[in-house]
Design a binder for this molecule. Structure first.
Ligand code: MRU
Length: 365
């Protein structure tokens, strides 16, 4: 996708052929800052501090983190350390573990001297594969938008999304936003209700930013407004991304997703979850078994924004000493999900539905 008219991915290999460039997402939407990762510790910090975030992008960054580690020291001990260290940076998005397992399988049996080149090659493949996977998710989701548009020709299809499952959360295209971009590019009128997504505000800071950059009509709303707009027939469908889907179809996504699913269910609004195969955790049955990241209370107790002079400031919104909890994700039960939109097609949110698209996983599920 593009920033200020210039094509960009969220992560890339720098011209030196070994260091890794990223967009620092903690600075968006106020400033476009590109950073360079030179060590596995840089990659880990970028994941931990959410300079990169979103399930697929976390996985790709971790893969490049292993490549950086292998460049510095390709020994067995270094590989083991890098895999463990990177895995512990964020717990909920299974794409992190998926990418690290892939790198382990690629590298473990190789002689150390071959590991760095193999790790860079595999990380680049994972990144390119994510782009194609997200493009295909878009093609499959576009059909659902087209169907709704056919019912009311000329009128915009109103789509609500929560958090940022856009191209900034992936390498390009996004998961939840890919059908939206492809519908918009195909001339289907769409309008997106963007939940601000407190406390980190990925909706207002990132989703609104990228939709604006692509020229997609959108309106930012407070997190609590979605149910109201659904009651007033202003939402035709919900599309969200996910950090982990269990073998039975339960969905972990950004905190607040569950409430949107409940409101959608109550109002007969279809609730879709867009995901790549790397987000399915075939080893877990129940959503209750998904580890939920609990972040610092400060994210709830303070808001960050830009002052009139352009400086970024963080201000308290509660009295000193206010106790706060900050779970970063929640679980939406499969029964509230209308369907999954994947790179292989659209399926029911259930074990049978997933296996209909991924029959090779029958032995795992
Ligand atoms: O905490 P974040 O910003 O990493 O959370 C991101 C989300 O919850 C996304 O919706 C999810 O990763 C899907 S990304 C395609």
């Amino acid at each position: 996708m593009k920033i200020d008219g210039v094509a960009s991915r969220t992560i890339w290999l720098e011209p030196d052929g070994w260091s890794v460039g990223i967009l620092d997402q903690t600075m968006l939407p106020h400033t476009v800052v590109r950073k360079t990762l030179r060590t596995p510790e840089d990659a880990a910090l970028a994941i931990k501090t959410m300079q990169v975030r979103g399930a697929p992008l976390i996985g790709v960054t971790a893969a490049y983190g292993v490549a950086l580690a292998m460049r510095a020291d390709p020994s067995d001990a270094s590989l083991k350390h890098a895999l463990a260290f990177l895995a512990e940076q964020r717990p909920t998005a299974v794409n992190l573990r998926w990418a690290l397992n892939d790198l382990q399988a690629t590298l473990a049996s190789l002689p150390p001297k071959s590991r760095a080149a193999a790790a860079y090659a595999r990380a680049a493949e994972i990144a390119d594969d994510d782009v194609e996977t997200c493009r295909r998710i878009g093609v499959n989701g576009l059909r659902l938008i087209q169907e709704l548009s056919n019912e009311r020709p000329g009128e915009p299809v109103n789509i609500l999304t929560h958090c940022n499952a856009g191209w900034l959360a992936c390498v390009d295209w996004g998961t939840a936003t890919s059908p939206i971009y492809q519908a918009h590019d195909a001339g289907i009128p769409v309008h997106v209700w963007v939940d601000e997504t407190r406390p980190r505000c990925q909706g207002s800071a990132l989703t609104a930013f990228e939709l604006a950059q692509h020229g997609v009509p959108y309106t930012l709303i407070a997190d609590n407004a979605g149910g109201h707009f659904m009651q007033r027939d202003c939402v035709d469908m919900v599309i969200v991304g996910t950090d982990r889907v269990t073998a039975c179809g339960d969905v972990a996504n950004k905190i607040g997703t569950y409430l949107k699913a409940l409101a959608a269910h109550d109002n007969g609004v279809p609730f879709y979850v867009a995901l790549p195969y790397s987000t399915i955790d075939w080893s877990i049955e129940r959503g209750a078994d998904i580890p939920i990241e609990e972040r610092g209370a400060d994210e709830v107790l303070r808001v960050q924004g830009r002052l009139p002079d352009g400086a970024v400031a963080s201000v308290a919104i509660s009295a000193d000493g206010t106790p706060a909890r900050n779970p970063a994700f929640d679980v939406t039960p499969a029964k509230l999900v209308t369907a999954f939109i994947t790179e292989r097609g659209v399926c029911e949110a259930s074990r049978d539905g997933l296996l209909s698209l991924y029959p090779e996983k029958k032995s795992c599920a």
